[in-house]
Write a protein that binds this ligand. Sequence first.
Ligand SMILES: Nc1nc2c(ncn2[C@@H]2O[C@H](COP(=O)(O)OP(=O)(O)OP(=O)(O)O)[C@@H](O)[C@H]2O)c(=O)[nH]1
Ligand SMILES: [K+]
Ligand SMILES: [Mg+2]
Length: 364
Amino acid sequence: MGILEKISEIEREIARTQKNKATEYHLGLLKAKLARYRSQLLEGPKSSSAKGEGFDVMKSGDARVALIGFPSVGKSTLLSTLTSTTSECASYEFTTLTCIPGVIQHNGANIQLLDLPGIIEGAAAGKGRGRQVIAVGRTADIVVMMLDAIKGDVQKELLTKELEAVGIRLNKSKPRIYFKQKKGGGISFNATCTLTKISEKMVQLILHEYKIFNADVVFRGDYTTDEFIDVVVGNRKYMPCLYVYNKIDQISIEEVDRIARQPHCVVISCNMLLNLDYLKDMVWNYLNLITVYTKKPGQKPDFDDGLILRSNCTVEHACHSIHRTLVENFKYAQLWGKSAKYNGQHVGLSHKLCHEDVVLIAKK
Ligand SMILES: Nc1nc2c(ncn2[C@@H]2O[C@H](COP(=O)(O)OP(=O)(O)OP(=O)(O)O)[C@@H](O)[C@H]2O)c(=O)[nH]1
Ligand SMILES: [K+]
Ligand SMILES: [Mg+2]
């Protein structure tokens, strides 16, 4: 039996197994098996399908956004609208067959937007160009999952499942579970809080399924079996995702309102140019970007050409992005803006910067 068949057999068994106390361990074990086969499938021989022609696009700019969605939801229309690149748009499915990069200019940043072929159910298992699309998706800083507003929420659920199947976790953070394999000593298990979703026995069962008999495990939160499996398997990719519902010109205002209230959702219409500025702002926020302006002594800040940095970055990061040797000659920095206690505050390299701060770097 091939891995794909094994996977679908386990999926069927999970689907028909009732969820209750008696089946808890059986289900946990099935999930661990499923995760193991899936990672085997992904690690399998990197055939021609893993990397496709036209999918190796150079990273450029300050950040990268991947457009992922079913065929004909309007991905290419969005790229052609937000950037100066034209990607063919048409009413038939699979118009786009490769990866088409464009650049969104926003708040002084160059954000690379990748238009990709539509993906379909079964993409994770190799249907269509799914594997290539997902491989490119992994290289992005955020995913924009484009959805057809006319089709309701089904597309979102199906696509999330496809991405989950290849280890991509959307809008989730890495579970705070310490896990370290050892040479001997058995399995030591601890938790810093009460666990309601998993037991020590389940943890052991899962580890045995992975042939791990010696390890330290510490739960620092009330996590589920699936989350523990993620930690054991490793190589999960945790990515921010914006769900963008396009074609709202085709649905009622009540439906638009309902969708817009859901978390991480943005409603747009490419054809009617509705809400596209808000979309760009949301992309900027999800990318965690900030602009920091520089200033020379006795001069006005340079508001035309800001530094594009990540939130939580320090003065040291800012120095690096100005010049690679600047840190060696750094004496102190002077600050204006939100992160300064008072205007013109003197700070060191470890000071954390905020969006729209102005910084003057004094050299030795
Ligand atoms: N009503 C409406 N139609 C739209 C909108 N945006 C795009 N479309 C139409 O949707 C169809 C598909 O658009 P594309 O941009 O080719 O979609 P795609 O997601 O790139 O499709 P594939 O490359 O085939 O996966 C075209 O006929 C567009 O004109 C919109 O905001 N409203
Ligand atoms: K299309
Ligand atoms: Mg397209």
